[in-house]
Design a protein around this ligand. Structure first.
Ligand code: SF4
Length: 155
């Protein structure tokens, strides 16, 4: 999910090949830092269903709206310590976690910016660790993230 579209160039594919990642279960990507977990409409409906909530109640209880170019888009709430609202000794909605969580770290803007990857390594202990993700898997996550759309709630 991004305001900018990146084509899948040869350089991008090389960058994906070079990116090693093995999740270390540190949960740093879910906790401590102020950030945004944006949702697609499908993400919101799947999580609401998983929690046995109506979409309206899920949005009221678990979400906030954030200004984006297109209007106000749906994003998960954070706790006062900046942990994600769904983090409790791990992700409590893991089977239906948002696209943004599933596709990390193969986000187009990150894959295409080596300097940003270096900075991200300070936060993510898994980035740079040899993992078992194939290039096909990395490309599928890259494209999923690239093609997913913000849930615009208000124009
Ligand atoms: S939804 Fe789950 S995986 Fe995504 S940031 Fe929250 S706790 Fe982490």
């Amino acid at each position: 999910m991004s305001d900018k579209k990146y084509e899948l160039s040869k350089t991008t594919i090389k960058n994906l090949e070079d990116m090693d990642f093995q999740c270390q279960r540190c949960s740093n990507c879910c906790r401590h830092d102020e950030g945004y977990v944006f949702l697609t409409k499908q993400n919101a409906m799947a999580i609401a269903d998983h929690l046995n909530l109506s979409l309206h109640d899920f949005m009221e209880q678990c979400c906030r709206l954030v200004e984006r170019g297109d209007g106000k888009v749906l994003c998960l709430k954070e706790k006062s310590n900046y942990d994600c609202i769904f983090w409790s000794n791990g992700c409590i909605i893991y089977p239906v976690r948002p696209t943004q969580c599933m596709t990390f770290p193969y986000w187009p803007f990150l894959v295409n910016d080596k300097q940003l990857q270096k900075e991200e390594k300070r936060r993510c202990k898994g980035l740079g660790k040899k993992g078992d993700h194939t290039l096909e898997y990395k490309i599928s996550m890259y494209e999923l993230e690239q093609n997913s759309e913000y849930f615009v709630v208000e124009k």
